[in-house]
Structure formats: structure tokens, C-alpha cells
Write a new protein. Structure first.
Length: 265
């Protein structure tokens, strides 16, 4: 990764459950903006933990299929409020506390993306497609740090839940940016429980087949390879517990697990 291309950082909702973790990330990004003042930075977030809590409080049962949330239409008001409301504004408020000029938006604002229903028949879950980068580029050019929630919109105006990893991939396409997936682990582990410094798609498929990679991590890895292959760039998967490693990454060193694109040239 370099300090030339925009950097898109994706975080999951688990970071909100660890006291001080979000503020630590904010302080790291403040340092990042100081050391690389011209570097465009965008943050994309999920929020599954908060969504689960709010659905449970409302009396709904959460079901998943191969790690993907099944989203009945009646869940969408709560999911939208959790992601575009509570989680998004919590992140923005913490960033403001650290002096970052953050602004909270959703993935479909300004026509950034369009969405179709996921063909897996898992309810109001969308598949986003990058469309228009105008809003993002205006915000970045004005010195803002966009914080994007993973809520999408169908052509008929209906709101849909999105996988935040997929959302981050589309933001990368909009900006020709580089992707950093911050998760609750330090990277991808092999069958012996050792973290891998790099991972090819062939090796990843083998680990998935063997059950070493499963559940939500399968979705993260699939999205990472999709981004790596389409952008023809290495994607980093690392832990949000050590956000200062972002600075290490930008200096050209390796952190977490590097996802190696299958396509070259």
C-alpha cells in the first residue's frame, strides 16, 4: 500500500464493544492525517453486534445462512436505525472527539451505488454496485473523512441491508482505492493456528474446504479476494485492536495477512 491511492478502512461492529477501541482508532487516524495530509481516507462500517442486540430487544430472532444475515422486511427499520443511525453516529461522534472532520453517510447517498436483491433469497439483503463517486470526492476534497454505513437502496426505493465487506469493495472501486479490512483477529490462520503473512486464492479455497476458514471469516475473505482481483491490488486483513499498525502499513511494511490477487498485469 502507498500514500498515493485513497485508503478505505472497513471495521465491523465488534469494535464498538471494546472500551476505548474506537477512540484508539480515531487517534490513529488523526496521526495518519497529520503525517499524510493529502491522503484521502474513508471508513466503512458494519454493526452486526448492535443489530443483533436491537433485534433481540424488539423480539425478533436473527438467522444466518453461511454467515450472511437473513433479513426479513420487518427487520429493516431496526437494522437501518442501528447501522445508519446509532452505529454511524457513534463512530462520527468519537471521531469528532479526536478532532477528525468526520461526516456520516450511507452507501447509496449521492447515488454512490445502486443495489439489487441478493439472489440467495435471504430477504432484504442487497448486492451493491459502484455508480457515482461525485459525493465522495467532494467530501474528500473538502477535507472531510466520510464514515459510510452499509445500508443500500433498491431502484424502487426500498432499503436493504448490505454486507459491509461488499460495501467497502464498492467504495474502493469508486475511488480506485486500497482496502484494509480491520477485524477482531490479527489476520488469517492456517490449520495449525498460525497467522499467515500472505494468502493466495487457491490456498484460501483449500482452507475453506478444510473448514479452517468458516462462517463470517469466509465472507470477509471472499470479499477481500473480490477486491484484490478486481482492483489488482493486495488487500490487508488485520486487527482493529492494534490500529497503529495502519501507519506501519503505509510505510510499506506488512501487517496482518496480505490477500494476493489472482490476476496480474
Amino acid at each position: 500500500m502507498t500514500n498515493i491511492s485513497p485508503i478505505v478502512i472497513k471495521i465491523g461492529g465488534a469494535i464498538l464493544t471494546r472500551t476505548g477501541a474506537l477512540l484508539k482508532l480515531a487517534e490513529t487516524l488523526k496521526t495518519l492525517k497529520h503525517e499524510y495530509p493529502s491522503l484521502p481516507v474513508v471508513l466503512v462500517h458494519g454493526g452486526g453486534v448492535t443489530v443483533d442486540e436491537m433485534l433481540n430487544q424488539a423480539g425478533f430472532v436473527t438467522e444466518k445462512q453461511n454467515g450472511a444475515r437473513i433479513t426479513p422486511q420487518e427487520h429493516m427499520p431496526i437494522i437501518t436505525g442501528a447501522l445508519a443511525g446509532h452505529v454511524n453516529k457513534t463512530v462520527v461522534s468519537q471521531f469528532h472527539q479526536s478532532g477528525l472532520n468526520a461526516v456520516g453517510i450511507s452507501l447509496f447517498d449521492g447515488g454512490m451505488t445502486r443495489c439489487e436483491l441478493n439472489p440467495l433469497n435471504i430477504g432484504h439483503v442487497g448486492v451493491p454496485e459502484a455508480q457515482d463517486s461525485t459525493l465522495l470526492k467532494l467530501l474528500l476534497a473538502s477535507g472531510f473523512l466520510p464514515v459510510i454505513s452499509s445500508i443500500g437502496c433498491l431502484d424502487n426505493g426500498e432499503l436493504v441491508n448490505l454486507n459491509a465487506d461488499d460495501a467497502a469493495v464498492e467504495v474502493c472501486k469508486l475511488l480506485d482505492g486500497e482496502l484494509l479490512l480491520l477485524t477482531d483477529v490479527n489476520g488469517v490462520m492456517d490449520g495449525n493456528g498460525q497467522f499467515l503473512s500472505s494468502l493466495t486464492e487457491t490456498d484460501a479455497l483449500q482452507l475453506i474446504s478444510n473448514g479452517v476458514i468458516s462462517g463470517g471469516m469466509t465472507i470477509k475473505i471472499t470479499a477481500a479476494f473480490q477486491a484484490a482481483n478486481q482492483l489488482r491490488r493486495t488487500i490487508a486483513v488485520a486487527s482493529w485492536e492494534s490500529p497503529e499498525q495502519i501507519l506501519t502499513l503505509l510505510s510499506g511494511q506488512t501487517i496482518g495477512t496480505r490477500i494476493i490477487p489472482s490476476q496480474h498485469g
